[in-house]
Design a protein around this ligand. Structure first.
Ligand SMILES: O=P(O)(O)OC[C@H]1O[C@H](OP(=O)(O)OP(=O)(O)O)[C@H](O)[C@@H]1O
Ligand SMILES: Nc1ncnc2[nH]cnc12
Length: 244
């Protein structure tokens, strides 16, 4: 069971930024084959403490302050009380029925239109990870490529893209993972990381956790220590990881 996290700001993702962007409140819908009852919550950053990373399989995205017990990290800027989190949450647009009926899509492009909210998002991660001896920030295609590089630069780490198949030109190592229907493959360049390095994995969102599981496996196969995974958004109602 996954019990995370640092930030545990159980915030309802709020209406769109602009009136013109407002959408009707979504009804409970299905995502990845699972019933999802809004409101969804924003957790920033969603991090998996090292001691709990392994229990991503099976993942439970629901988070409770109690569940962290002794592992709760006191004093984190991301404990849910940080005033920046509300602004970030309100900048994320929710679009029902995209990309297909029943999906409640968390659209971070509206967050990117808001310079303060975007900066606050990156800053919250940077505040947590600066000075933690992390030499690798691994970003997951595509939206991990948006948040990963500014975080990497700010903490003095290199950025390593974890890409979809046949995108990287050099020699790669691959990891297959399960999706709701079928499988996908994640790839990383051979030589991008060295055994013994400490990595942070960044993505925009965790749903089932299958994508993050694959990224962890890929890095650990080459001897990298994955310190934590961090995401902007958690879909806490999703309780199943496709990995087994
Ligand atoms: O926790 P999971 O169930 O694995 O899902 C989370 C992943 O899904 C989304 O990416 P997507 O696969 O849609 O790719 P994209 O960002 O390239 O559109 C999201 O950005 C995460 O990477
Ligand atoms: N509901 C969702 N919104 C945005 N990206 C997603 N990836 C998986 N589920 C998603």
């Amino acid at each position: 069971m996954l019990r995370n996290v640092l930030l545990h700001s159980s915030i309802s993702v709020s209406p769109p930024l602009l009136d013109s962007q407002r959408l009707p409140a979504p009804s409970p819908n299905r995502l990845s084959g699972l019933t999802v009852a809004p409101p969804l919550r924003l957790h920033l950053p969603l991090t998996l403490p090292r001691s709990l990373r392994r229990v991503l399989v099976p993942i439970q995205c629901s988070v409770s302050g109690d569940s962290m017990g002794d592992r709760k990290m006191a004093g984190s800027a991301t404990d849910g009380k940080d005033p920046r989190v509300a602004g970030i949450a309100s900048a994320i647009r929710v679009i029902p029925d995209f990309p297909k009926p029943g999906i409640l899509f968390q659209d971070i492009t509206t967050l990117l239109l808001d310079p303060k909210a975007f900066k606050d998002t990156v800053d919250l991660f940077v505040e947590r990870y600066k000075g933690k001896d992390i030499s690798v920030v691994a970003g997951i295609e595509a939206r991990g490529f948006i948040f990963g590089p500014p975080i990497a630069m700010a903490i003095g780490a290199k950025f390593v893209p974890m890409r979809k198949p046949k995108k990287l030109p050099g020699e790669v190592i691959s990891e297959e993972y399960s999706l709701e229907y079928g499988t996908d493959i994640m790839e990383m360049h051979v030589g991008a990381v060295q055994a013994g390095e400490r990595a942070l994995i960044i993505d925009d969102l965790i749903a089932t956790g299958g994508t993050l599981c694959a990224a962890i496996r890929l890095l650990e196969r080459v001897g990298v220590e994955v310190v934590e995974c961090a995401c902007v958004i958690e879909l806490p109602e999703l309780k199943v990881c496709p990995e087994s």
